[in-house]
Design a binder for this molecule. Structure first.
Ligand SMILES: [Zn+2]
Length: 358
């Protein structure tokens, strides 16, 4: 292309563009009245109904408005009206008094209130003495708000000494809302009952009453009662136990803190059975909450204890075979209802019956 051609080309292109634009403008001016007329005629015959939202709404509108799906099921949770209000016991900040009902156990009361078994003992030493079998219907128990122990504040106490005494932390005491402690200036008036959440003490362990047999075969007992006798072990157990009652489930306290045995469901008057063969070394009333008690020594280190009997079917010194009837269940002694308190002891120490029963 020549030099002149290079200059001519942009000029020519500009002219062509100008002609096209002019033609477009002219044609719009010619057609515009017809378009305006057509729109007005259409509006008169059928009103325009906007059925869709703009494809791209302004950003702020899009953010504020949820997607709209006409005819769809609304995505909301429906909830039935609750007419019963149940207080969350775990949110309590103070103790309350509970009246023990027939059939209660320390296990059940602790569980119902979401606190440890020990917490029930700690708050009620004056009536339970750390023993589950001291529970009696009608007894008033103090139920602490949380697992822990109450401490009556003395003038010499500090948060550190009290926390350390019960194996808790200073924060446990300060932050427990029921203690109402001003965190800006923490102090407690002497005489105030302060809850130490997670605090604990050793349970007072009352050594279980003993019915032993000495080297010469005579029974020795650590208590006086009408059920003891001097006897020799004449029949030995096989070390395998059978159920002492027809009912094989727990209806009261379990084996654990403050309870040396298991409380098995056994209706008043129902038959109780020797869990293994042996010699009866105690049969009669025994103080301390046992009521009517039968103890069988199996001659192999094991003894089985049967408490709260309504009536006795054996007498002290009697040899008895496994499975034989030893008496009828009842609720004598400290008991919240007819049941069998059953213990297995080895070398005088209570062991967990669930580890031995079939
Ligand atoms: Zn018991």
């Amino acid at each position: 292309m020549s030099t002149q051609g290079k200059k001519l080309f942009p000029t020519l292109a500009a002219w062509i563009l100008a002609v096209i634009l002019s033609a477009g403008l002219l044609s719009f001016l010619v057609w515009q009245p017809k378009i305006a007329r057509a729109v007005s005629e259409n509006r008169a015959s059928s009103p325009v109904v906007i059925t869709t939202l703009p494809e791209t709404p302004a950003p702020d509108v899009a953010a504020a408005m949820p997607a709209f799906t006409p005819g769809g099921v609304p995505k909301v949770l429906t909830r039935a009206v609750a007419t019963h209000t149940e207080l969350n016991k775990n949110l309590r900040t103070g103790p309350y008094t509970y009246i023990v009902q027939s059939g209660d156990s320390v296990w059940k009361i602790a569980n119902d209130n979401g606190v440890s078994i020990e917490s029930i003992y700690f708050a009620n030493y004056d009536v339970l003495y750390d023993q589950a079998d001291n529970l009696m219907p009608g007894m008033e128990l103090t139920i602490p708000p949380v697992t822990g122990i109450y401490h009556k504040w003395r003038s010499s106490d500090t948060f550190a000494t009290v926390a350390s005494k019960y194996g808790a932390t200073v924060q446990d005491i300060l932050l427990f809302i029921g203690n109402n402690i001003d965190l800006a200036n923490p102090s407690v008036q002497p005489g105030t009952q302060v809850m130490v959440p997670n605090g604990a003490r050793e349970l007072i362990v009352f050594s279980p009453s003993v019915v032993g047999v000495d080297a010469s075969g005579n029974t020795i007992s650590s208590f006086s009662g009408p059920g003891a006798c001097a006897t020799n072990i004449g029949l030995f157990g096989n070390g395998f136990f059978v159920w002492p009652s027809a009912v094989h489930y727990l209806t009261g306290n379990d084996f654990g803190p403050g309870h040396n045995g298991i409380d098995l469901g056994a209706g008043a008057g129902s038959a109780l059975f020797a869990a293994d063969s042996g010699t009866v070394v105690y049969a009669g009333w025994m103080n301390g909450g046992y009521g009517n008690l039968v103890v069988i020594d199996h001659g192999n280190g094991y003894q089985t204890w049967y408490e709260h009997l309504e009536s006795l079917g054996v007498s002290c010194g009697q040899n008895i075979f496994q499975g034989s009837v030893i008496g009828a269940a009842g609720t004598t002694g400290n008991s919240t209802g007819a049941h069998l308190h059953f213990e297995i002891r080895y070398g005088g120490t209570p062991v967990n019956p669930w580890d031995y029963l079939p």
